[in-house]
Ligand binder design. Structure first.
Ligand code: AMP
Length: 373
């Protein structure tokens, strides 16, 4: 029986472990928080900081293969352990800095919004000259779910970012997109599979809903919002993304987020780990992102994902936790409530998600929307 080591014990670790167990593997998980969600079901665990070189080395020693579900691990520490990390350190390193990530995207066939490096007030002003208003200021590292981001509309807004400026940052063109989307791929080095592509709706910079359905033959440009995606757009996203993954030589799991404006496909960011927008795959597809990652880690053949029915995933943040628990008790058919078991619930903290299988956005809006914040 093989043991998968996982760096990170959050909900992604938890869901990797659920699938690893189905495939007959054991797990060991490393996280600094003693009551991490994943520790509840992992066979073994190590409580240690993500920059504790000795603990990372111990995790590798006690595992047959290692993966990461958390991105902010110092990649220099992992390089020494790379032979244990089947996916390698490169995709993690490339994703840890927004400027490096966007340069890498450009070099490998993808198109981000125009951007400029910002290190101080001078480079900020130069960046604004190049990009124009509106634009988005983001810290280069450690940003997630809209943290460290400010939309700038005019010169008066420049002072809003002054407080961040000792920190390296990036300025991006604001894309007035029709919608956001993402693709989750898994590569074993020979075959790249990908999960069905839907629309992602963010509220306050945090993913709120994923809406996935079979594509249509044609969706007229400009009317994409909350409609099935056209086959041609899906083919374009899949081709660009798989070419990118091949050109970069990445293996394992990779998610790429895009902004879609008409027929334009703008790279936003990537994550070399299971992704929140792929949670719908657990019940909405014949196989899921966590299972395929485990197949890759365990040297098993990958399985081609298929959508079983139109599906909606609703993220449950702290403010919706009680209603989610109530929905679970009501026991609705084809409604799957996942609660991650985090000990502290806060507004805006991801506490769980609900997957509605066999549902489109009209039915969701009519029957479910009003129950959430
Ligand atoms: P990020 O952390 O970069 O994924 O940004 C969080 C969210 O902010 C995105 O999912 C978008 O909804 C929004 N956003 C970020 N960058 C831009 C941009 N350049 N143009 C328009 N919206 C953006």
């Amino acid at each position: 029986m093989k043991t998968i080591g996982i760096i990170g014990g959050g909900q992604l670790g938890l869901m990797i472990i659920e699938q690893a167990h189905i495939l007959g593997a054991k797990t060991i998980c490393l996280d600094p928080t003693p009551d991490s969600p994943a520790f509840k079901i992992s066979d073994e665990h190590i409580v240690a900081a993500f920059d504790d070189a000795q603990a990372l080395e111990e995790l590798c020693r006690r595992s047959d293969v290692v993966t990461y579900e958390f991105e902010n691990i110092p990649s220099d520490l992992l390089i020494a352990l790379e032979k244990h990390i089947k996916q390698g350190v490169r995709p993690l390193f490339d994703s840890q800095d927004r400027v490096r990530e966007k340069n890498n995207a450009c070099e490998n066939g993808l198109t981000p919004a125009s951007f400029a490096e910002v290190n101080d007030m001078n480079s900020l002003v130069e960046g604004v000259k190049k990009i124009g208003y509106p634009c988005v200021f983001k810290t280069r590292t450690l940003g997630y779910d809209g943290h460290g981001q400010v939309v700038l509309k005019n010169d008066a807004d420049l002072k809003k970012v002054a407080a961040y400026l000792p920190v390296p940052a990036i300025l991006e063109e604001f894309i007035p997109f029709d919608f956001e989307t993402s693709i989750v791929m898994v590569s074993d080095g020979k075959t790249i599979i990908n999960f069905p592509i839907g629309q992602n709706i963010h509220t306050g910079g945090i993913l709120d809903l994923c809406i996935v359905s079979e594509p249509t033959e044609n969706s007229p440009v400009g009317t994409y919002a909350i409609r099935p995606l056209s086959k041609s757009l899906i083919t374009k996203i899949e081709t660009l993304s798989k070419d990118f993954m091949r050109r970069c030589g990445y293996k394992g799991i990779l998610t790429i987020e895009f902004f879609i404006k008409g027929d334009e496909v703008y790279f936003n960011e990537m994550a070399p780990r299971p992704h929140n927008s792929g949670h719908y795959t657990i019940e909405g597809c014949n196989t899921n992102q966590f299972m395929e990652l485990c197949r890759f880690l365990l040297d098993m053949d990958l399985q081609e994902p298929k959508l079983v029915a139109p599906t909606i995933m609703k993220n449950i943040l702290g403010q919706d936790l009680e209603v989610a628990k109530q929905i679970a008790k009501e026991n609705h058919p084809n409604v799957y409530v996942h609660i991650y078991g985090k000990t502290e619930s806060k507004p805006k903290r991801k506490m769980g998600h609900i997957t509605f299988v066999g549902m489109d956005i009209d039915e969701y809006n009519e029957k479910w929307k009003s129950r959430f914040y």
